[in-house]
Design a protein around this ligand. Sequence first.
Ligand code: DAH
Length: 354
Amino acid sequence: MLTEDIKVSLLKDLDRIGQADAPELEALRVALLGKNGSITAVLKSLGGMAPDARKEAGAEVNQIKAMITEALTARKALLDEAALNARLAAERIDVTQPTRPDIAGAIHPISRTMEELAAIFGAMGFEIKEGPDIENDWNNFSALNIPAHHPARAMMDTFYLNAGAGSRPVLRTHTSPVQVRTMLAQEPPIRIIVPGRTFRADHDATHSPMFHQTEGLVIGKNITLGHLKGCLIDFLRAFFDAPDLPVRFRASYFPFTEPSMEVDIGWNRKTGEIGKGGDWLEILGSGMVHPNVLANCGIDPREYQGFAFGVGIERITMLKHGIADLRLFYESDVRWLRHYGFSALAPAMLHEGF
Ligand code: DAH
């Protein structure tokens, strides 16, 4: 039999275990079960007892020891979990936290213009198409009515790639090959724009070996020059945010259109102001899709016709925002981007005007 004193004291210890913090718990464990702990002492004292008494006291003390051990383990598990939760809470990374303002980026003006084009042409029911930067000769030239040895090939300083015998891929010199890809892949009616990268061996303040264009293509049964004009006038007025922007269509030549037209907008040559001043500025190429191109792409030119256009994205971006040197677009200078860039939180939306 254990004395009542010892039992009461051990039960009190059980109580304290239930309240203890981590250091207290460890102190209690040592005080009870350690080498010089009180339960250890009781266990040791069993040896001096008479066999019957020892048996009874032994059973009791082991029962109490089991209770204490269980209480210590349970309390420890609870404290460990609480400590872990506290650590997880303290070390949590808030992924929704805004980045520090001094390293905030901005939407690049080229991307912004692409978004604006998507918004304007999207509102007119155009889809966005993309094509590969590396094209075959047929898509980039032949299908577009630019046969081998045609002088029009010399108009574009093409980057040719080395490939196996017989094939000579190019870095696409314009987005026009996506006209071909689209006509081969889907039936008319077709109404697409193709924003993307293009490449020519050319480098100065207004030319970069890599630049961007948007192609436009509309194919249908009764598409006329009137549609071309209406569409491009609406586009240019929306893009330059100038409802009365003067637009002029001037006869020109492209192999893939007939008739072909260059499109000019009114501006002031001296001040650079768009829409005023009585001068004309060439802005894009366009025309009615050449019957040969339709036929090359499996579309019957007696049944369908359409119009196409090609716009230089850098060019219209420079004009709209007064950017003088095109090379700055690609220098990744954050100070430049901070000045000319756009907030990601204010996306290009047509109804608000650009
Ligand atoms: N592909 C021409 C270029 O890069 C631009 C162009 C002109 C595209 C007239 C067209 C078009 O679709 O009809 O210079």
